[in-house]
Design a protein around this ligand. Sequence first.
Ligand code: SIN
Length: 285
Amino acid sequence: MPDGVQGIANMQVKPLSGSCGAEVRGIDLAALDDEGFATVNEVFLRHKVLCFRDQEMDEEALMAFGRRFGPLIVHPNLIADGNHPEVIAIRKEPGDKAAVGENWHTDTTCLEKPPLGSALYALEVPPAGGDTLFADQQGAWDLLSDGIKETLSGMRAVHNDTRVAGPATNFNALRSTRNREDDAWRPTESLHPVVRTHPETGRKGLFVNRAYTIRFEGMTEAESTPLLDYLYAAGERVELTCRVSWEPGTLTLWDNRCLKHAAINDYSGYRRDMRRIQIEGDRPS
Ligand code: SIN
């Protein structure tokens, strides 16, 4: 093995809950060899969200890690303020009232090919709070009755970004991470199956979320809302969740194809500064 390239002999994986998530120690993501990466990917597919401790990463190393999974996305709405359009500063200043991603959501499902996953790296965290919750949408699907599963199979839903971007939203008045709210902004909209099959594991999972899903195909919003609300709640049951508590140097990688997540905004008066990249995904089916 060449100098500086690391295998996974010292890797320790500890589950974060009974449903999803694991904490990983003893590995340097910036120095992984191909075999090490293959093992990380296997562990990722098993646990769905991995929280790697004690990583030293600049933006280039973060992008290089993400690119091992696939090309990176330039976010359609969140504006990068550094040197790389692919790297978004998810930053909350002490005076900010809102945080990015507070509502349960799956990332950027307005896109025809929503991200496979996201990697978020912590530079600065509050003394307490600022955790992120994740919920397993395959577990949510498994818990539904055969009757509702049959109803949902074959249904599609319209996803767009009208709740999270554009001049009507006004997030820029409340938080530091800049958002497209200019008059030239136009919505991005896509149609996705309500239950999607994971392209690598073959497992089925619910694929609707509060931030982007607007209505079912062929139905009005009013007609869609009661069932969507039921499915959102079914996908946010506490027994489906795990919780990531951040430290400076934590990198969390999540599988957007089978999880929802929510950033907990409970650290008023403190700074939280993270860098996020998103990896291109496939068209959900
Ligand atoms: C996000 O939704 O991508 C942000 C998550 C977080 O800041 O914890």
